[in-house]
Design a binder for this molecule. Structure first.
Ligand code: FMN
Length: 214
């Protein structure tokens, strides 16, 4: 299998931000270390309280860890299917919801065999959540990935194998796993994010007073 040439970073920041959607289906080509290195570097540029940078970005390569994550993904998918009463999605259905469900099913079927896996760990600081502490590092990583043509998805399967993962990686007890990212070259293209209109989420002074440009 040939690896991809290192892509140039061509997309401008605005295009990157509005097309950095969750990508759950990947081609089999490996992600070159130089490309991953740029994503990790961007993650390390994120802000943190007091510039403490109490985070670790764990690139997961061990087959044993991949196997544990695959089992966790399969277990999580079974629970999700029941909990959300997810319908079986017809192969050909092309509406956005069916496509996302199909992609989620494939993502969790592939599980820990995604081309690249990166675990974000943080040492919680007083008064902050792990997402507040590490969230901007994750977002920096996602944007750097998108800028290079990669796709990535945040996942929470690792919750269901937390103990095993901690042991295998050697995560200290006072650190938390913030999230796991799967990363790879997208099977499809990148599309624009679908979000609520800005007037529903940005307000002026009062909770229900929509932001408008004057
Ligand atoms: C805290 C958090 C947890 C998430 N967990 C999962 C997950 O377990 N599996 C998954 O496929 N996507 C997960 N996502 C990705 C979201 O589903 C995705 O960002 C959201 O649906 C918006 O879709 P888009 O990025 O394609 O526009 C998570 C995102 C966040 C921020």
């Amino acid at each position: 299998m040939t690896s991809q040439p290192v892509p140039k970073v061509t997309a401008d920041l605005w295009t990157v931000m509005c097309t950095a959607t969750a990508v759950r289906r990947y081609r089999a080509e490996p992600v070159p270390d130089e490309v991953l290195d740029r994503c990790l570097r961007a993650a390390s540029w994120a802000p943190s309280g007091g510039n403490q940078q109490q985070w670790r970005f764990v690139v997961l390569r061990s087959q044993q860890i991949r196997d544990v994550l695959t089992d966790a993904a399969h277990r999580t998918w079974e629970v999700m299917k029941d909990f959300y009463q997810l319908p079986a999605v017809a192969d050909g259905a092309a509406d956005p919801k069916s496509r996302v469900l199909r992609a989620m099913a494939e993502h969790m079927e592939v599980g820990g065999e995604a081309p690249q896996l990166v675990l974000f760990c943080v040492q919680p600081q007083r008064g902050t959540t792990e997402l507040q502490q590490g969230g901007s590092a994750v977002q920096n990583f996602l944007l750097a990935a998108r800028a290079q043509g990669l796709g990535a998805a945040i996942t929470l399967w690792q919750d269901s194998c937390d103990r095993e993962l901690r042991e295998l990686v050697g995560i200290p007890d006072d650190w938390k796993v913030a999230t796991l990212l799967t990363v790879g070259w997208p099977k499809g293209g990148h599309r624009e994010v679908r979000r609520k209109p800005l007037s529903k989420v940005a307000v002026v002074d009062r909770w229900n007073q929509p932001w408008t440009v004057q």
